[in-house]
Write a protein that binds this ligand. Structure first.
Ligand code: BES
Ligand code: MN
Ligand code: ZN
Length: 467
């Protein structure tokens, strides 16, 4: 299910607005009769004006008693407006229409958060529905439409990642990508073999659902100066393979294609946002399963481009599928920058927790742009170091590289994973986003719903449309 709530823009508050939300600061529209002046009401409710604060007051209306939601906007920053908007949508759950007099600021972050907070994913009819319609009164229509495009892209990424792995497999993911309407190229198993994509094949060989490499292409109307390649990890289920995960860790691994979902959703939104860059999306899709045909710990595989890797742990599979895609992008696509996005390591959750994603980069300008875009778009990133001293962690006695450290001399699981990927990214500006911590939410709060978050969609769309 995408966001079922619709967004409408009207010039003025309609007289018959069922539920009306008004920021503390603004004058109330005519036709609404409050029991006290606004200042008196706020004092009565001891309201401070913080973002997220909502005071519900009964008002006399032509047909009886209506309600007005007076809402705080804090310091009026985009962050505060997002909190305020998400709170209003949540407050209006189960209602038909919420009419909002929008704050006196750019309405895009506000409208985006209001829509995102309406996101739900349910299979079956249970649960209270989000508000059916959001009406933004007095808002800039173009900014609302931009916000809606972004919010619906985030919702698509969430839907793909929330879909059970009994439904989604690599071929299904390829069909979803094709649904974007963009030119798509899909490598099936035979084509992957012919092309030398040994990492994707090795990870996928234990599953009855064979792997795929999916390529989506966006070309802007005007000739583009830059070409960006986005690479997403598309593990439709990560059981760990023969290096099997314990039950407690395995049940969350249907979202291990969250990076690939972000790439599909971003590519699908670029045309509507008139992004001025050429973008190629690559989704390396496989299901990591244990079986008689699985790869084994100690197997040596040959990646796209010829590099060999000793697989010491089949649960470090994300880097294996990404390595092929990164090497392919470098050899064949001639990009100006490559950004990969992956739920790569549990270790990054230890380092940065659930609110901030990691960015590793070979290029300072690229790192800065991504961090700033994340800040602006509310997908926060923290730059992590590629510590050179740790590169010996991935030495192998039988192959060019090992996929994990065999001992525990170095640790730093997210950093060594990034160092592994760097080996395949070539000399071009490259960044790696480890979203294992932020890709899934454990709470229903603000713009987040329990389950997949779509982290990365807003930041990449911001980056691709502004820098
Ligand atoms: N998909 C996992 C990482 C992950 C963990 C994502 C938790 C979301 C939540 C990844 O493939 C993995 O298994 N990583 C291993 C690497 C280890 C074997 C070096 C990990 O983090 O334990
Ligand atoms: Mn794994
Ligand atoms: Zn994984």
């Amino acid at each position: 299910m995408p966001i079922e709530t619709t967004a409408t823009v009207v010039a003025e508050v309609p007289d018959d607005a069922e539920l009306l939300a008004v920021p503390y600061a603004s004058d109330l529209s005519p036709g609404v009769e409050l029991p006290l002046p606004v200042s008196g009401l706020l004092a009565h409710y001891e309201a401070k004006g913080e973002a997220g604060e909502i005071v519900e007051v009964p008002v006399a209306r032509a047909g009886g008693v209506g309600r007005v939601l007076l809402y705080g906007v804090g310091d009026g920053s985009p962050k505060a407006l997002r909190t305020a908007a998400a709170g209003l949508t949540r407050k209006a759950r189960g209602r038909d229409t919420l009419t909002v007099v929008t704050p006196d600021a750019d309405v895009a972050p506000f409208a985006e958060a209001a829509l995102l907070a309406a996101y739900t994913f349910r299979i079956g009819g249970a649960g209270r529905k989000a508000v059916r319609e959001l009406v933004f009164a007095g808002a800039d229509e173009e900014r609302v439409r931009r916000a809606e495009t972004v919010a619906r892209a985030v919702a698509l990424a969430r839907d793909l990642a929330n879909t059970p792995a009994s439904v989604k497999n690599p071929a299904w993911l390829a069909e979803q990508a094709a649904g974007s309407g963009l030119p798509v190229r899909v490598w099936d198993e035979d084509e992957l073999r012919a092309g030398g994509f040994g990492g994707i094949l090795a990870v996928g060989r234990g599953s009855v659902s064979p792997p795929r490499l999916i390529q989506l292409s966006y070309t802007p109307q005007e000739p583009a100066e830059r070409h960006v390649v986005l690479v997403g990890k598309g593990i439709t289920f990560d059981s760990g393979g023969l290096s099997l995960k314990p039950t407690a860790n395995m049940k969350f691994q249907k979202t291990d294609m969250a990076g690939g979902a972000v790439v599909i959703a971003v590519l699908g939104a670029l045309a509507a946002l008139k992004a001025p860059v050429r973008v190629t999306g690559l989704i390396a899709a496989a299901e990591n399963m244990p079986s008689g045909t699985s790869q084994r710990p100690s197997d040596v595989i040959t990646h796209y481009g010829g590099r060999t890797v000793e697989v010491l742990n089949t649960d470090a599979e994300g880097r294996l599928v990404l390595a092929d895609a990164l090497a392919y992008a470098d050899a064949e696509l001639d990009p100006d920058a490559v950004v990969d996005i992956a739920t790569l390591t549990g270790a990054i959750t230890v380092a940065l927790g659930r609110n901030v994603g990691a960015v590793y980069a070979s290029d300072d300008v690229l790192a800065k742009q991504l961090v700033e875009s994340g800040q602006a778009a509310d997908d926060r990133l923290w730059r992590m170091p590629l510590i050179e001293d740790y590169t010996p962690a991935l030495e192998s006695s039988v192959a060019d590289l090992a996929n994990v450290e065999s001992g525990s001399t170095f640790g730093a699981g997210s950093i060594t994973a990034a160092l592994f990927l760097r080996e395949f990214a070539g000399e071009r500006p490259w960044a790696h986003l480890d979203i294992a911590g932020v890709g899934r939410s454990t709470v229903d709060e603000g713009v987040l719903t329990k389950g997949a978050t779509g982290f990365g969609v807003r930041l990449l769309l911001e980056w691709l449309t502004t820098s």
